[in-house]
Ligand binder design. Structure first.
Ligand code: T4K
Length: 371
């Protein structure tokens, strides 16, 4: 039962700018009457977000799920796409929606990202692409994955929904593979309410993605079935305003990440995930592992915390191959030991840029009382 006296603490809370910062954009929209169809704010947002991220060819779209589908469709592939079992359901759904078949292989301990050795061991003549996920913004082994793809002539579409702003030693993590996609959903580090983006490797790829986003129009002609995945001018306006705040928002998340690590130091059996070396962070989530030494299992801990109004989330449980829609995919019945283990132990604690110290203490106390 939830304690009604205390306000609930959800896994995230979007940060919104002062409304007056949006007013000039609203005035522009109200005066021009351009609401959509890749209007001036859409184009400006694409330029400014590309510059912020340090990428060349970006297409902003309605959400990350459609971004994944379009990134796959751009390459007109048939066959199987090797992907991770440990992700949000949009990853595997997008493969099916693009007319392809997901194949699940195991992940690496630590980053819980696709294991390059498992990818290579599962390539067959049917394989056309790889869809790795930078889960929680923890970067995949992009060097190894891109090399495997090159060797076997496969496309790589990175699901970078969680990886806004992450950089590795060579620049934006979004530059790897044939495309990367971002989510700008309400629950993400950077939001346009709903929204997403495709970062293409080449200008021609971006042109094709933009065409598919806009019904498939090639000038006045439609020679391929596209869809409508356009972002509205309102979404672009929110994005333009949020870009001015994003560095502060990430820094505020970072302070709260450090506080959690400190508060959890003497909580036995709860382990905060370490960040992979050589990458910047955006502090999208605060995932912790519930170890065997903790008195109860993850699912019970989540329920016990709810009694105190703390709504941590089991991202990601169940595994994708355990959803009825993906249970017959190749690899779905494989042991997948690392993915199964992490899915059974992991939960994300509430984290957002305005979470107070008292609220963080409440979260940790709700864990401690189970000890
Ligand atoms: N690839 C990956 C790896 C992904 O994780 C996702 C999405 C995608 C692709 C696809 O991205 P999009 O197509 O969505 O752009 C959420 C999000 O809906 C989803 O975007 C996200 N990943 C997934 C991990 O989480 P839920 O079911 O957890 O959301 P919900 O409604 O329970 O929200 C969580 C908490 O956030 C609420 O308890 C309260 C707070 N909240 C939420 C919303 C929507 C707010 O305060 N305001 C809000 O407007 O799915």
């Amino acid at each position: 039962m939830t304690n009604e006296a205390v306000p609930p603490l959800y896994v995230t809370k979007p940060w919104l700018p002062p409304l007056e910062e949006l007013t000039p954009y609203f005035e522009q929209i109200w005066s021009s009457k351009i609401l959509s169809n890749m209007g001036p704010l859409h184009q400006r947002f694409e330029r400014e977000v590309a510059e912020y991220l340090g990428v060349k060819h970006i297409s902003v779209v309605a959400n990350a799920t459609i971004a994944l589908v379009l990134a796959l469709r751009r390459f007109k592939m048939k066959g199987e796409v090797i992907t991770t079992p440990f992700s949000f359901v949009a990853t595997a759904n997008s493969i099916v929606e693009a007319g392809l078949k997901p194949v699940f292989v195991d992940v690496l301990p630590g980053t819980y990202a696709l294991d390059p050795a498992q990818i290579e061991a599962n390539i067959t003549p049917e394989t056309c692409a790889i869809m790795p996920v930078h889960c929680f913004g923890y970067g995949c082994d992009t060097g190894a994955i891109d090399a495997i793809a090159k060797k076997h002539n496969l496309k790589v579409i990175y699901d970078a929904a969680h990886a806004f702003g992450i950089r590795d030693q060579g620049g934006s993590i979004l530059r790897h593979g044939n495309a990367s996609i971002l989510s700008f959903h309400a629950t993400k580090v950077f939001t346009t309410f709903e929204g997403g983006a495709i970062i293409s490797e080449t200008e021609e790829d971006k042109r094709e993605v933009d065409r598919l986003t806009n019904f498939g129009f090639n000038g006045d002609i439609v020679d391929e079935v596209g869809t409508n995945a356009k972002m509205s001018e309102l979404g672009a306006a929110v994005g333009l305003v949020l870009l001015k705040h994003i560095d502060t928002l990430i820094a505020e998340r970072g302070k709260r990440d450090a506080i959690y690590r400190e508060l959890l130091r003497d909580v036995p059996g709860i382990k905060a995930l370490d960040w992979p070396a050589g990458q910047t962070r955006n502090y999208y989530n605060f995932p912790v592992l519930v170890e065997d030494s903790f008195p109860v299992r993850c699912e019970e801990l989540v329920e016990r915390m709810k009694e105190r109004g703390v709504f941590g989330r089991r991202y990601f449980y169940p595994l994708l191959p355990d959803f009825p829609i993906h249970k017959d995919a190749r690899g779905a019945r494989a042991p997948l030991p690392v993915a199964r283990d992490v899915a059974s132990r992991i939960m994300c604690l509430p984290l957002h840029p305005t979470l107070t110290l008292e609220e963080q203490q409440r979260v940790v106390d709700s864990i401690r009382r189970v000890l």
